[in-house]
Ligand binder design. Structure first.
Ligand code: GRF
Length: 217
């Protein structure tokens, strides 16, 4: 039985495309994306999903006056497919505690910084402003606090003197496209265990598995 995955998006969907590419080459740990859900009807990633034959739906947050009502509608839309894993791949809405509880331990997020540095928005701009020499991205389990849950994996990239926000974002995004499919594959293969605040990667590792990445080293 494949691990059923629902992917949540808000925008262009390049991380979704990376997941679909990994699935197509059998590199998603036996995972299968069963639906893509967007909170905006014009999210570019919806076309990417459709182009790959993956069913989509839209739960538009603007249709709900209360955040909790949006959360409930989104949770019901997800639950209809009975996924084993929910992946937030550029999903730009904060989800409330009732939603998080419903999918606790089976929801992953990709965040464009080396957490706990730069939670929230505009991570590349803030990294440049702070003068950090190393930046990157993080895949973590989602918990009630935003951008705080147990870290599955991180990928680091250098910050160059000539970088602007666009150039740095592109370098981090390329790392995201490697990191997210790898972390999802580990989850789908049953290799992740949350122990306290840490995530352990189970099973034998091959050297390239953790190159540039830091699951529980
Ligand atoms: C990514 O940088 C992700 O980390 C952030 O939003 C961006 C989404 O990009 N949360 P895409 O929609 O996957 O292209």
């Amino acid at each position: 039985m494949p691990t059923r995955i629902t992917v949540l998006i808000s925008g262009r969907g390049s991380n979704l495309a990376a997941l679909l590419a990994a699935q197509a080459r059998g590199a998603l740990g036996g995972g299968r994306i069963v639906r893509v859900i967007a909170n905006l009807p014009h999210a570019g990633g919806l076309d990417i999903a459709t182009g790959s034959g993956v069913p989509t739906c839209v739960v538009d947050h603007r249709d709900y006056a209360q955040r909790a009502d949006f959360d409930a509608a989104l949770a019901d839309a997800i639950a209809a497919d009975a996924p084993d894993l929910v992946v937030l791949a550029g999903f730009m809405r904060v989800l409330g505690p009732a939603f998080i509880d419903r999918f606790a331990g089976r929801m992953l997020n990709i965040h464009p910084s080396l957490l706990p540095a730069f939670p929230g928005l505009h991570t590349h701009r803030r990294a440049l402003a702070e003068g950090v020499r190393v930046h990157g991205c993080t895949v973590h389990f989602v918990t009630a606090d935003v951008d705080v849950g147990p870290i599955v994996a991180q990928a680091a990239v250098p910050v160059h003197d000539a970088d602007d926000e666009t150039r740095l974002a592109a370098r981090v995004l390329a790392a995201e496209h490697v990191l997210l499919p790898k972390a999802v594959a580990w989850y789908c293969a049953g290799r992740l265990a949350i122990v306290g605040r840490r995530v352990h990667l189970m099973g034998d590792r091959v050297p390239h598995e953790t190159a540039l990445l830091s699951p529980d080293a």
